[in-house]
Design a protein around this ligand. Structure first.
Ligand code: WT7
Length: 632
């Protein structure tokens, strides 16, 4: 990368070495091919790069838009392409998954071994009565069994619904209930910063509220005593030692449009919604975009430091790298445990060549100074990545200089749970501007619109929208197709509304500004104001609550809550702590408000809607804007 970027109009150009290494052929030609023939170009990729049990007859069916369908009539299974085909190729003895526990325990699985474990667990699930189309809730830490469980579900056509291990009782309960899962897979606990997250206890408490679960399979990770409910709870290792754990099981041929997984995410209003992704389109999209953006090769050591419980982990720890036959590294614990160089130590010891993480983690590690990374050999790194929120130029430059040694381009990837895969992102040859996700990928057509749906001029802020369907797009909100249409396709008919605001500069580079809805990004995690508010009002002391996101140096945003107390309740500091703990217990530690303020009233519209915009302006000392709808 050029050291004199500031002299190049702020652009960082890829070095000759980076350019010489790129294996994806002519990117501009691909962009043009997609522009001219979107479906035809995707069809070519899908045919050339993936195995199908049966070919499709229609690549893109737009007849029932916005319920788009891809590769209609085709039969495949994501596991056929992520495991089966590699296990019978020369890659069978190549590492598929390398795992490091927070306690430095290490495990690795070759493609052969992972294929075998997944097949055995798939047989167990079948023996437990899990059928094609059944939903399975998975609630675990970052251990290999989470990947095995997800892939085993996919192999038999069951639909996994992973709930992030940092969520707690009510969040887990709501997701189990909404997905109508009959079976759950969890662990006794998870290690985090040397402490145990009591996953099984949280599951037990959630199940008191969600009695639909008939079977719980428990992986032993931390080894402390846990309650095992007779007739309901079974140990994973016991099941895997039974003859039912048969390695010889066929991969279920799935329609391209059959559901692969549900993943809950926060939206503008109400409870979290289950985003539904499919076997065919998601598979094609996820592998292809990963190849374009990070150009993973067989000799790479790919490390996506996200959690498998989020879309980033689904797409880029598990499915994407395995589809490409790559080696994927998974780390269980905290980035700064036991010391602030844990990540750099991991990168050195495992010879990581590509690191993909979030701005909040970069800012968090940057705080500890350069000496920690500098004592490690990071020379194997060749590319870096960022995701989750806009990366501030200061963090970008530190990442580039101190971690990438000015050698490694940074791929700032913009996408969402809903998009399934990268949408706006550089590729290694793209000149970079710190803080911009640069340009839409081939086949992705975006626009920035004003209130009336007209495109804005360069450098003007507006609503970021996507104008054409893409293979890995969400298909619907599980159980609520109307909400799918209303949420994403109604604000501007015919185009997909991302919920983000953005501007495009004179070079067409996209600068994402942030959410325009009631979604708050805390440490890159997506939380809805409604979830946190309903946790607050579920406490006996709170009559009404409103939460907003306020800027925070490390986390991007922190949660600030306003509560009206029930008459007669004393507003004490102890109550503040109790309420913060209550939110952590119900939703999860990530949702814990940083500050809680007790108030007598909340600004509302005449129709009773809380005006969070006004609260935010007040908290930040800004102009409160148009107050004409405020109830006086
Ligand atoms: C929202 C989606 C995509 C995986 C992780 C987040 C924000 C994401 C970027 C980026 C600026 C970004 C957007 C988006 N976002 N990546 N590179 N630059 N903002 O998935 O939890 O569904 O959140 O994250 O606001 O809408 P998610």
């Amino acid at each position: 990368m050029a050291r004199n970027a500031e002299q190049n109009g702020g652009l960082y150009y890829p070095s000759e070495a980076v350019l010489a290494d790129i294996s994806v052929a002519d990117f501009e030609a691909l962009r043009e091919a997609m522009r001219v023939d979107l479906a035809g170009t995707w069809a070519e990729i899908a045919r050339a790069e993936f195995e199908w049990f049966e070919p499709w007859h229609t690549t893109l069916d737009e007849s029932n838009a916005p319920f788009y369908k891809w590769f209609v009539g085709g039969k495949t299974n994501i596991v056929l392409n992520a495991l089966d085909r590699h296990a019978r190729s020369w890659r069978r003895n190549k590492a598929a998954l390398i795992w490091e526990g927070e306690n430095y325990e290490c495990r690795s699985y070759t493609y052969h071994q992972l294929h075998r474990e997944v097949s055995r667990f798939a047989s167990v699930l079948k023996a437990m009565g899990v059928n094609k189309g059944d939903r399975v809730t998975i609630y675990m830490g970052r251990i290999p069994e989470i990947a095995i469980a997800m892939l085993a579900c996919a192999k038999i056509g069951a639909v996994h619904s992973v709930v992030y291990g940092g969520f707690s009782v009510e969040a887990l309960h709501g997701r189990i209930e909404d997905s109508e899962s009959k079976i759950a897979i969890t662990a006794d606990g998870a290690w985090l910063r040397g402490n145990i997250v009591p996953l099984k206890n949280i599951m037990d408490e959630a199940l008191l509220r969600a009695p639909t679960i008939q079977t719980v399979i428990v992986v032993k990770r931390t080894g402390q005593d846990v309650h095992m409910e007779p007739g309901r709870d079974l140990w994973y290792h016991d099941l895997m030692n039974l003859p039912i754990a048969d390695a010889h099981i066929e991969t279920e041929p799935m329609d391209a449009e059959d559901p692969l997984f549900l993943l809950y995410t926060s939206g503008t209003t109400g409870a979290p919604k289950a985003i539904l992704h499919t076997h065919g389109g998601y598979m094609v999209g996820v592998a292809t975009t990963l190849k374009w953006v990070f150009d993973i090769k067989d000799e790479d050591m790919w490390w996506c430091a996200a959690d498998p419980g989020w879309i980033t982990g689904h797409s880029y720890i598990i499915y994407g790298p395995l589809l490409l036959g790559a080696t994927s590294l998974m780390y269980e614990g905290a980035p700064n445990h036991p010391f602030p160089d844990r990540w750099w130590d991991i990168a050195e010891r495992h010879g990581v060549t590509i690191l993909y993480t979030a701005p909040t983690a970069i800012r968090g590690l940057m705080r500890f100074g350069d000496a920690w990374p500098n004592r490690h050999d990071l020379s194997k790194l060749r590319l870096l990545g960022s995701v989750g929120e806009p990366i501030n130029p200061e963090a970008w430059r530190w990442y580039h200089r101190v971690i990438g040694k000015e050698r490694c381009p940074i791929m700032d990837t913009w996408w969402q749970t809903e998009t399934g895969t990268f949408m706006i992102s550089p590729v290694p040859s793209t000149p970079l501007k710190p803080g911009s996700a640069t340009l839409p990928l081939p086949g992705v057509e975006i626009d920035v619109l004003d209130e009336d749906g007209n495109p804005v001029s360069p450098n003007e802020e507006g609503y970021l929208v996507i104008k054409r369907p893409w293979p890995a797009m969400l298909r619907t909100i599980y159980g609520d197709p109307e909400r799918y249409v209303n949420n994403y396709w109604s604000r501007f008919p015919g185009v997909y509304m991302t919920g983000d605001s953005a501007r495009r500069d004179e070079d067409g580079y996209v600068w994402v500004i942030g959410r325009v809805d009631d979604v708050i990004k805390v440490s890159g995690y997506r939380l809805g104001t409604a979830e946190i508010e309903s946790a607050l009002v579920s406490h006996r002391a709170v009559a009404e609550a409103a939460v907003i996101g306020v800027p925070d140096e490390v986390r991007g945003h922190a949660i600030k809550a306003y509560c009206i107390l029930v008459a007669g309740v004393e507003p004490t500091q102890r109550l503040v702590e109790e309420l913060r703990d209550h939110v952590a217990h119900e939703v999860g530690p990530i949702a814990k408000p940083a500050t809680i303020e007790f108030v007598d009233t909340l600004p509302k519209t005449r129709s009773g809607k809380i005006m969070r915009r006004v609260l935010k302006a007040r908290a930040l000392g800004q102009d409160e804007g148009d107050l004409s709808t405020l109830e006086q």
